[in-house]
Structure formats: structure tokens, C-alpha cells
Design a protein around this ligand. Structure first.
Ligand SMILES: [Zn+2]
Length: 294
């Protein structure tokens, strides 16, 4: 799915990176090769790379256009960011901005930027480099951050002398938005136009939220990093190595899978590879991910 239209809502997917991920047991420390192998009948061909012997993943954003607003959900890695601990992301260049403009949206037309959480691969395009300074990429947008998430990274940054948040991503991609007075710190009850609501799902990070779209014709959830890969629909107990609170992360993921299993709700996850959009369905004792296009 590159674009989905539900009534008067248009959703575009902007893909910054796509391809094989880390070794499976590196990214998912509790994962077993038997577990992956048991799900290959539905993981292939879109979510597993046989040649690379690892899973496929993407880093992507969603642009939602309602009759009244243009909303960017998650801001990927971004351009020119100093990320020495993640060489592939260090001073990265991509076609992300070209994709945004090609979808018919210019940066000044974005009304809201909503980050499901504040990890480096979700805040990058919040800011851009201008004359050596980081400035908001979207000059007319309100940037929506969950209070718990913002306060956690603010504290981590202070404790570690500003070094705490994934190669300074809080400093270069969040604080400049605060300085420009474009940030809005919200609780879980924030909503836009009755159409877009938040679902607090802490664990991967303290203030992680999923974003619900309540279109008349279709329920959609942009699920951020509550699931990194479809295999976690079958194994919700498998955390990623980046889950800040492992127990809470499992609890939120299990509840999420149970809530949406065998419903009509479509998922738009932050890291599922193309074609990405699908539903959670029962599959014997476990669940599986069923692509919307199949
Ligand atoms: Zn992520």
C-alpha cells in the first residue's frame, strides 16, 4: 500500500528505508529460529528474506489527510542527523521529502506532526538543518508529544548530560520544536476532529501511543513500535532489544493483539515491510498477520 482512501480520508505511506533487518535473535533477543520457521507459510515472501536469512523491515511515516487537516504520523530518521552509534542512519540522505511532496503535501501544509514515541527513527524529520541550526521542518505544524514520553527523555538527557537519547535525537529533533513553541504535550485523551485519537501503549517506551483513525467506513490503527515485525503477532512475548520496559511492553503487545484479532481494523505499523497494511487474524493457537491486499 502506498496510498489508501477511506471515504474522505487519504493516507499516504512514505518509505525512508526498506530491506533486511538485523539478525533476528539480535533484534528480538527472545526469538527462536523454530518460532520463525513455524510461521513461514505466511511470513514469506513479504516479511522474510530467504537469501539474507533474516526478516524484512521498513522505516516509514504516514500522512493522513482529513477534510480539515494534514497530519504526519512519525518522522523517521531524517536527513543530516549525527547518529554515530547507528552508521546506516548517520548523516542519512533519502527520498523521504520527495515522496512527501510527490504525494501532494508541502511541508508548510502539514498541520500536525504526531510522534508515536521519541526514538531516533520516529523524530528525525521533525527538524532540518538551516544555516547550521536545527529548525522545525514543518513551519505551520503543531507537534504532538505524549507528556510521559517527553518527560522521560528530558530526564534521561539531563541525567546523562544530554547524551542519553539515541545520539542526541532529543536534542536535535525535539528540543528545537519546543524552542519554536510548536510542541504540544498531551495526555492520552488528545484527539483531532473526532477522527484521530490516541491509544497509550507504554512499554516499548514510557509514553508510546498508537494512533487510531476512526473513519466512517474503516477503523485504522497506526501502531508505531508496539509491533516491529509481523512475527510478534504470533509471539507477542518477543520484545525488541529496544523495549525500555520489557514486562510492560509484553503486556501492551499482548493486549493489542487480543484487542484487534479477528476484527475488521486495519493496521499501519511503523516497521512492517511492503505491502504493510493488514489485519490480525486467528491462526490455530496463535495469531497471524493477513495482508489487506491478499
Ligand atoms: Zn521504530
Amino acid at each position: 500500500m502506498r496510498q489508501a482512501i477511506f471515504g474522505d480520508m487519504i493516507i499516504d505511506r512514505l518509505i525512508e528505508v526498506e530491506g533486511p533487518g538485523y539478525a533476528p535473535n539480535v533484534f528480538f533477543p527472545e526469538a527462536t529460529s523454530e518460532g520463525f520457521e513455524g510461521e513461514m507459510d505466511w511470513l514469506l515472501p513479504h516479511f522474510w528474506d530467504i537469501a539474507a536469512k533474516t526478516y524484512l523491515r521498513a522505516i516509514q511515516s504516514y500522512v493522513v489527510r482529513t477534510p480539515h487537516h494534514t497530519i504526519l504520523v512519525d518522522a523517521c530518521v531524517g536527513a543530516d542527523k549525527e547518529r554515530p552509534s547507528s552508521p546506516a542512519w548517520h548523516k542519512m540522505e533519502s527520498t523521504w521529502m520527495d515522496q512527501l511532496v510527490s504525494s501532494g503535501v508541502h511541508p508548510e501544509e502539514v498541520d500536525f506532526v504526531l510522534c508515536t514515541h521519541l526514538h531516533a527513527d520516529h523524530v528525525g524529520w521533525n527538524t532540518r538543518l538551516e544555516n547550521g541550526r536545527w529548525v522545525p521542518t514543518f513551519p505551520n505544524a503543531k507537534y504532538v508529544f505524549h507528556k510521559d514520553e517527553f518527560r522521560y527523555w528530558e530526564k534521561v538527557g539531563k541525567v546523562n548530560g544530554g547524551q542519553g537519547s539515541q545520539d542526541e535525537c532529543f536534542v536535535d529533533s525535539v528540543l528545537p520544536v519546543m524552542a519554536a513553541q510548536q510542541a504540544v504535550l498531551v495526555d492520552g485523551d488528545f484527539e483531532i476532529d473526532d477522527l484521530l485519537t490516541l491509544d497509550p501503549t507504554p512499554g516499548h517506551s514510557p509514553g508510546h501511543v498508537c494512533v487510531n483513525l476512526n473513519a466512517r467506513e474503516q477503523q485504522v490503527v497506526m501502531s508505531g513500535d508496539i509491533l516491529h515485525h509481523p512475527v510478534q503477532v504470533a509471539y507477542p512475548e518477543w520484545n525488541s532489544r529496544f523495549c525500555v520496559n520489557p514486562d510492560k511492553s509484553r503486556e501492551s503487545r499482548r493486549a493489542f493483539v487480543e484487542k484487534y484479532a479477528d476484527t475488521d481494523t486495519l493496521l499501519l505499523p511503523a516497521h512492517f515491510a511492503s505491502p504493510t497494511m493488514g489485519r490480525i487474524v486467528s491462526n490455530g493457537l496463535r495469531c497471524k498477520y493477513q495482508l489487506a491486499d491478499s
